[in-house]
Write a protein that binds this ligand. Structure first.
Ligand code: URA
Length: 282
């Protein structure tokens, strides 16, 4: 694996950040100052500023969140948490963003702080796709309002994509992550949300995952998430002589992949493809 990918997967920084560290001669592999083209394997000893990177697995888990489960690590009211549901993953992972207790669907959990921060940051404009079951039948004009942006007490929402699925069920794609945003948007245009389900997050889909179950992301899925956030960083980098910054593209939804055959939970724990065993001792 390229050294920059190794450092990124170890949770040190992005691959671009890793290239800077390598360029400054701060990274050594087996005692030698590394170059941008250095490739490393499991047995190599990698050091940053003279400190060895100690092993730890990076784990990325997709949960099909059931209703009645809170998106926190611990609930003062003693309700079950999403962290309880993925306990047998074997390492401590935390949710990226949050869903309301009664919302179901795609939730990403990880111990990859670097990636989690990037995905949760509004700058990265990660697409979140929801199915909202509404009370009443919205008019086309109402859907247009949702699309254009709705005035909420914490400001105007960014433009959204809206598609009618049935008379009273809509698909809403947003990239902001405000508290209860979909419900508040729908309420603001006169329709209570009676049920909310997230069908996609940053291109990740449930693809047959039963309610309450989880699966590890494949290495390819993790790399796609990383690539997308890093593309955004490159877009945001200051440009000399450039007048204006390009419009930030959204994370394009990746095409759904066929679900891998599911192993029983006991087999899945510890058998992921997105794991790394490298972590800096800081
Ligand atoms: N918007 C909501 O209103 N609730 C959620 O859980 C997620 C988005």
């Amino acid at each position: 694996m390229r050294l920059n990918a190794y450092l990124a997967r170890a949770g040190i920084c992005s691959r671009r950040g890793a290239d800077e560290l390598i360029g400054k001669g701060r990274v050594r592999v087996n005692g030698e100052v590394a170059g941008l083209a250095t490739v490393v394997g499991e047995s190599d000893r990698v050091e940053l500023d003279g400190k060895p990177l100690a092993p730890e697995r990076l784990v990325h888990v997709l949960l099909h969140k059931p209703p009645g489960v809170v998106t926190t690590a611990r609930d003062p009211q003693g309700r079950p948490t999403v962290v309880d549901l993925v306990r047998d993953v074997g390492v401590r992972v935390v949710p990226v963003g949050r869903l309301d207790a009664d919302t179901t669907g795609v939730l990403l959990l990880t111990n990859d702080g670097q990636l989690a921060n990037q995905l949760a940051h509004p700058r990265f404009e990660v697409d979140k796709v929801y199915e909202a079951f509404l009370r009443g039948i919205p008019t086309d004009e109402t859907l247009r309002k949702l699309e254009q942006g709705v005035q909420l007490e914490d400001g105007l929402t960014a433009p959204a994509r809206v598609r009618r699925l049935t008379r009273s069920v809509i698909e809403l794609t947003i990239h902001e992550g405000r508290n209860r945003q979909v419900k508040r948007m729908c309420e603001a245009v006169g329709h209570r949300v009676v049920r909310l389900h997230r069908v996609r997050y940053a291109g990740l889909e449930l693809t047959g995952l039963p309610v309450g179950e989880w699966r590890r992301l494949s290495a390819a899925e993790v790399d796609r998430l990383r690539d997308a956030t890093e593309r955004q960083q490159v877009q945001d980098a200051p440009r000399t002589g450039a007048g204006t910054r390009p419009t930030a593209p959204r994370l394009a939804p990746t095409s759904p992949k066929p679900s891998p055959a599911r192993a029983p939970r006991s087999d899945r724990a510890g058998s992921g493809t997105s794991e790394r065993r490298d972590r800096p001792s800081r």
